[in-house]
Design a protein around this ligand. Structure first.
Ligand code: NAD
Ligand code: 0WE
Length: 262
């Protein structure tokens, strides 16, 4: 089978359920011929990630990774080096803020600790993965990709500044790694009902209003994001780095609602 990711070895973080954006990415990568390794955050998620891995080219490399632990980051890279000898693609699909940060008004709920945790897990971890993967990515047109969401949306709160930091990280890492032939990009996805969205009060309404206000009149899927990720991490996107690509059904281009047609 020929695919545009044939022969590429990709490390995929951020699988927590069948609905995870990382699963849409893994499925598109598998379809295009990539070899996959997965990470899971804590033993609770191990079985679920193993199931996803089995469905995606029968991947056998499934490793624990909590990005707050430098030793686990080092261990993942060591295992990957042992199994593969190098790595072509790293997918960072990780974001977290303490639950109480995601309700109410930003300045009412933000704390020094909530800010620090959100930035550590959602933004610093991308640099940490880049730093650790860098030696394994030499001489192979490698690519790093992260997932962002940068809008002033009620209750997104400290995740907004954390994603701003993540996007600046994309540019800084791209500038730093470009001379080694390593590309770094981000996908800014429209809202999708994943675990990270479950329990956010009013998320259903956010989905509906994003669809209504978008040119395509729909929400995006993990398949939409997966296909764009596959392109961005492939040699088809060899000229793109430091960029944030919006996979949002066009939502962000709109300035005002148009009169209904028909
Ligand atoms: P998800 O809940 O399926 O995935 C979030 C992942 O983050 C989980 O797999 C979780 O295990 C992982 N994670 C959290 N803390 C971690 C830690 N300390 N170490 C390792 N992993 C950790 O939700 P998702 O929507 O697929 O989220 C993936 C990415 O997409 C996130 O960065 C999120 O901000 C971003 N995003 C989501 C949406 C959306 O509407 N769902 C929109 C745009 C961007
Ligand atoms: O990036 C996200 C979600 C990020 C997220 C979700 C959670 C829920 C569970 C970060 N941390 C946590 N912490 C938890 O304890 N999205 C883009 C989806 C999302 O989340 C929102 C949104 C949207 C959109 C939260 C409030 C408002 C809108």
């Amino acid at each position: 089978r020929m695919g545009f990711l044939n022969g590429k070895k990709a490390l995929i973080t951020g699988v927590a359920s069948d609905r995870s954006i990382a699963v849409g990415i893994a499925e598109a990568f598998a379809r295009e011929g990539a070899e996959l390794a997965f990470t899971y955050q804590g033993d609770r998620l191990k079985g679920r990630v193993e199931d996803v891995a089995a469905r995606c080219n029968d991947s056998k490399l499934v490793l624990p990774l909590d990005v707050t632990d430098d030793a686990q980051i080092a261990n993942v890279m060591q295992e990957v080096e042992q199994q593969w000898g190098g790595i072509d693609i790293v997918i960072h699909a990780i974001g977290f803020a303490p639950r109480e940060q995601l309700q109410g008004r930003y300045l009412d709920v933000v704390t020094r600790e909530g800010f620090a945790i959100s930035h550590d897990i959602s933004a610093y971890s991308f640099a940490a993965l880049g730093k650790a993967a860098r030696p394994l990515m030499q001489g192979r047109n490698a690519a790093l990709l992260t997932l962002t969401y940068l809008r002033a949306v009620p209750m997104y709160n400290v995740m907004g500044p954390a994603k701003a930091s993540l996007e600046a990280n994309v540019r800084f890492m791209a500038a730093d790694l470009g001379s080694e032939g390593i590309r770094v990009n981000g996908i800014s996805a429209g809202p999708i009902k994943t675990l990270a969205a479950a329990g956010i009060s009013g998320f259903r309404n956010m989905l509906a209003s994003a669809a209504t206000a978008s040119p395509l009149k729909r929400n995006v899927t993990i398949e939409d994001v997966g296909n764009t990720a596959a392109f961005l991490c492939s040699d088809l996107a060899a000229g793109i780095t430091g960029e944030i690509i919006y996979v949002d059904a066009g939502y962000r281009i709109m300035g005002m609602q148009f009169p209904e047609e028909g």
